[in-house]
Ligand binder design. Structure first.
Ligand code: C2E
Ligand code: MG
Ligand code: MG
Ligand code: MG
Length: 293
């Protein structure tokens, strides 16, 4: 909002913007301190094979621990991106995830998904940062999946997106895979999917919150989900349905032959130690929380 308002001189004096600016400065200062004090942690959420119920991969999700509690990423990632702090924070998440995932990959053959911001993708040292994390952790490139939103690849002006695409092609040469995150919320031109370095499609939760309702909105969501899944299947791209919360949604997705799912129905994001127990067969103890909601 601050960026849009910045184009309008009058709104510089809008009291709401001042508050927002102060807020941003306060968050940025907090983020700097959090980096110094190692206050960022990474939780992991399983991506489940809907046919077998087995864990196919895990997504690394950033958490900021403060004395007041855990701050959700949506509350600070925009500030981290605007200040450039997402670069060191993102590197921290990437390295943490690679080190944690090595044992999961060795024991269970699962991959780790790491979210990457458009800001990170514009850095000329991005490829080297990823290759260093792999080399230092011993995680093979085949076990790393980078999650990128459509807008990160296509909304940054042609020159930049060309470069981002080039970086991703380079990393794919090392076995690293690319997932398009929140698919369906951006430009979503189904036609360009095959021209991008894409290996996995994550369908946004807005589509996969399927219900048995017969209203127009429910029918439309079903139709879109079915169309996206059909396209993924014909392009041989595995699809992950995000935010699966109920058994009914899982059933719909299985009927539509969606291969993979992620959501509170299976497990909430959990700390690495909890995931260790989950993978060893003990469950996370958090897998029923939030389901049905
Ligand atoms: P995302 O990458 O689409 O991650 C999925 C989000 O959905 C996570 O929110 C997860 O906790 C939430 N989720 C999973 N299952 C369910 C469900 O069944 N129901 C509902 N309602 N939500 C579910 P979270 O952890 O709050 O992260 C929000 C977003 O912040 C992420 O969306 C991602 O865009 C961003 N993010 C998280 N970690 C990182 C990171 O390390 N780097 C960057 N650049 N972005 C990150
Ligand atoms: Mg993601
Ligand atoms: Mg997503
Ligand atoms: Mg998201």
């Amino acid at each position: 909002a601050a960026k849009a308002a910045g184009k309008n001189q009058i709104s510089v004096f809008h009291p709401g913007l001042r508050v927002e600016r102060l807020d941003q400065a306060r968050i940025a200062e907090g983020l700097r301190r959090a980096l110094e004090q190692d206050a960022f942690s990474v939780d992991y959420q399983p991506v489940v094979n809907l046919e077998t119920g087995g864990v196919h991969a895990v997504e690394a999700l950033l958490r900021w621990r403060t004395p007041e509690g855990v701050v959700p990423p949506d509350a600070f990632i925009p500030t981290a991106e605007e200040t450039g702090l997402i670069v060191p924070i993102g590197t921290h998440v990437l390295r943490r995830a690679c080190f944690d995932a090595r044992r999961w990959h060795e024991r269970y053959g699962i991959a780790v998904n790491v979210n990457v911001s458009a800001v990170q993708l514009r850095r000329p040292d991005f490829v080297a940062t990823v290759l260093d994390a792999l080399a230092d952790s011993g995680l093979p490139g085949e076990a790393l999946i980078l999650e990128i939103t459509e807008t990160a690849l296509l909304d940054t002006g042609m020159q930049r997106s060309d470069q981002a695409v080039e970086y991703l092609f380079q990393l794919r040469g090392h076995g690293v895979r690319v997932a398009i995150d929140d698919f369906g919320t951006g430009y979503s031109s189904l036609a360009y999917l095959h021209r991008l370095p894409v290996d996995v499609v994550k369908i946004d939760g807005a589509f996969t919150t399927l219900t048995s309702g017969t209203d127009a909105a429910s029918r439309q969501r079903h139709a879109f989900t079915r169309a996206i899944l059909g396209l993924c299947e014909s392009l041989d791209l595995p699809a992950v349905a995000e935010k699966v919360e109920t058994a009914e949604q899982e059933e719909f997705l299985r009927d539509m032959r969606c291969p993979l799912g992620q959501g509170y129905l299976f497990s909430k994001p959990v700390p690495a130690a909890t995931l260790d127990r989950f993978l060893a067969g003990g469950g996370t103890g958090a897998d029923t929380e939030g389901s049905g909601g």
